[in-house]
Design a binder for this molecule. Structure first.
Ligand SMILES: Cc1cc2nc3c(=O)[nH]c(=O)nc-3n(C[C@H](O)[C@H](O)[C@H](O)COP(=O)(O)OP(=O)(O)OC[C@H]3O[C@@H](n4cnc5c(N)ncnc54)[C@H](O)[C@@H]3O)c2cc1C
Length: 426
C-alpha cells in the first residue's frame, strides 16, 4: 500500500528534527524517515558503561544561531562553559596558550613583539568585515592578518578548533572567520550529551503528530508529475510526498535522485568534500593529571579536552569523560593504526598512565564532522541548487550557504520548513 504525506523528511539528525518541529506547528502531515535503528544522526550520544559518549567532542555555541533556534522551539539546554586555560604541545614541549589574559602574560611561546601582535589580532577580530573575505582562503587571510609565524600558528589552531577544518589553503576565509567569531562567544558542553537535544525535539515532534519511522532506508527519490515525489525504501515500500526535505549528505542525495534526474548542480554536489577526523572517546575512573583539562597540538592537528569537568556525562558523576581528536586534511591518506597510536600517545603525554584508570574507550578512525569543506564560491552554488527541483528541499550541515556544523544543520532545517510553510500559504 502506498502511503501519502504532505512532507517527507529523509534523515533523523538535527536538521531533520528541526524541520519536523517547525512543520509540526502546521496542519500538514509529516513523516520522518531515519535509516538508523536509533535517531539523532551525528548528534546522538551512546551510553556505554554508565558514561555518555557524544560522537567525538561536541560543543554548542552560546552566541550561535543553533542555540537561539533551539530556544525558540523550547529545547532546554543544561551544561557549562569550559575554561579557556589551554596547553599547546609541540614535540615534548608544553606551552601555556595565550587564550586568556594570564596565558598571554605567562606564555613562553611568544616573545613580547609577538604578544603585542597576537593581542592586536584578537582585539580587531570582532570588527572584521567577513563579507570582504569572500574571495580569500583562510591561509591568505592569516598571512595578511599576522606577520609572525607563531601568531599565524595560533590562528590556524583556533581555526581548527572552531571549525574542524584542517585545510587552510582550501577553505573560505569568510566562513572560517565568521564561524570563529561565533565560537569566540563561548561554548557549552551539555549534561547528558547532545542526545538530550534530539530527545526533546523527537518528543515534541511526535506529540504534535509527526510520524517517525526508524530503520527506514530511502533508496530512491523520484519526482512525479504535479510536483509530487515517490520515495522507494530498501524494503520495497513506496511513499508519496508533496514536499521532500532531504538531510542526507550531498553524495547520498545525488545517489537517491539517480541519473535520470538532471540536476544542473549535481556536479557541484558530487564535488563536495567532507570534513573528517578521528576520535578517541575515553572514560576514566581517575584523572592522573587533574590540572590538564584542555590541550591542542601546535603543528600536529590534535585536540584533547575533559568534557566531564563541565558537563554531567556519567551516572555516578565520579568518572571522567574526555575526547582526543585528530583533524584530517582532506587529501591525507589515513593509516588508522598510526592515527590510533598518535591519539593514545597524545593522551599519554597529557594524562600519564591513563590506561590504568580506563573504564572504557572508543576509537572511530574516520568520522564525518561536517559534510562540506567550506570553499570559496560555495555560497552562490548552494543558494541556487535549492530551487532546482520544485518541492525538493535540502537541509543539513552542508546545505547552509553561510554556516557549518550544528549551525548549518539547524539553520537549514528551519529554513527548509519555513520555505514550505510560505509556499503552502500562497
Ligand atoms: C566528531 C564530531 C565532532 C563534532 N563537533 C561539533 C561541535 O563541537 N559543534 C557543532 O556545532 N557541531 C559539531 N559536530 C557536527 C554536528 O554533529 C553535525 O553537524 C550535525 O549533527 C549534523 O546534523 P545533520 O542533521 O545535518 O546530519 P546527520 O546528523 O548526519 O543526520 C542525517 C541523518 O540522515 C540519515 N540518513 C542518511 N541517508 C539516509 C537514507 N537514505 N534514508 C534514511 N535516512 C538516511 C542518517 O542516518 C542520519 O541520521 C561534530 C560532529 C562530529 C562527528
Amino acid at each position: 500500500m502506498t502511503r501519502k504525506w504532505d512532507i517527507v523528511i529523509v534523515g533523523g539528525g538535527l536538521a531533520g528534527y528541526i524541520a519536523a518541529n517547525y512543520l509540526a506547528k502546521t496542519n500538514l502531515s509529516v513523516l520522518l524517515l531515519e535509516k538508523g535503528r536509533n535517531v539523532g544522526g551525528r548528534a546522538r550520544t551512546n551510553k556505554i558503561n554508565h558514561q555518555y559518549f557524544n560522537l567525538g567532542p561536541h560543543a554548542l555555541y552560546k552566541k550561535g544561531k543553533a542555540k537561539s533556534i533551539l530556544g525558540e522551539l523550547g529545547v532546554k539546554l543544561n551544561g557549562k562553559s569550559p575554561k579557556l586555560a589551554c596547553s599547546l604541545i609541540e614535540d615534548n614541549m608544553v606551552y601555556t596558550a595565550p587564550f586568556t589574559p594570564s596565558g598571554l602574560l605567562s606564555t613562553s611561546l611568544l616573545n613580547w613583539q609577538e604578544r603585542i601582535e597576537w593581542a592586536a589580532v584578537l582585539m580587531k577580530f570582532n570588527w572584521i568585515d567577513t563579507e570582504s573575505l569572500a574571495e580569500q582562503t583562510f591561509q591568505q587571510w592569516v598571512e595578511q592578518a599576522a606577520k609572525s609565524k607563531n601568531v599565524q600558528s595560533l590562528l590556524y589552531i583556533l581555526g581548527r578548533l572552531a571549525t574542524y577544518c584542517h585545510a587552510p589553503e582550501k577553505v573560505s576565509a569568510k566562513l572560517m572567520v565568521s564561524h570563529l567569531k561565533t565560537v569566540m562567544g563561548g561554548v557549552l558542553y551539555l549534561d547528558g550529551g547532545w542526545q538530550t537535544i534530539i530527545d526533546q525535539l523527537h518528543n515534541n515532534a511526535v506529540i504534535s503528530g509527526v510520524q517517525v519511522q526508524s530503520s527506514a532506508v530511502v533508496k530512491q527519490i523520484a519526482p512525479l508529475e504535479h510536483e509530487h515525489f515517490k520515495l522507494i525504501l530498501t524494503n520495497g515500500e513506496e511513499i508519496h510526498g508533496k514536499y521532500i526535505i532531504c538531510t542526507t549528505g550531498p553524495q547520498e542525495l545525488n545517489a537517491l535522485l539517480g541519473e535520470n534526474v538532471n540536476l544542473p548542480y549535481n556536479s557541484f554536489l558530487s564535488q563536495i568534500t567532507p570534513v573528517k577526523g578521528a576520535t578517541l572517546d575515553v572514560a576514566l575512573t581517575h584523572l592522573p593529571n587533574p590540572k590538564q583539562l584542555f590541550a591542542m597540538g601546535i603543528t600536529n592537528p590534535l585536540y584533547f579536552s575533559v568534557h566531564s569537568n563541565y558537563a554531567r556525562l556519567s551516572d555516578d558523576e565520579k568518572s571522567f569523560v574526555l575526547h582526543v581528536f585528530k583533524y584530517n586534511h582532506p587529501d591525507e591518506h589515513i593509516d588508522e593504526e598510526k592515527v590510533k597510536n598518535d591519539l593514545e600517545q597524545f593522551l599519554e603525554k597529557l594524562q600519564p598512565r591513563w590506561r590504568k584508570y580506563e573504564i572504557t574507550s572508543r576509537f572511530i578512525p574516520q568520522i564525518t564532522v561536517n559534510q562540506r569543506l567550506p570553499q570559496i564560491g560555495d555560497e552562490q552554488k548552494l543558494h541556487r541548487s535549492k530551487t532546482d527541483i520544485p518541492g525538493l528541499y535540502i537541509a543539513g550541515d552542508w546545505a547552509s550557504p553561510d554556516s557549518i556544523l550544528s549551525e548549518g544543520a539547524v539553520s537549514s532545517g528551519k529554513q527548509a520548513a519555513e520555505e514550505i510553510i510560505q509556499r503552502e500559504k500562497r
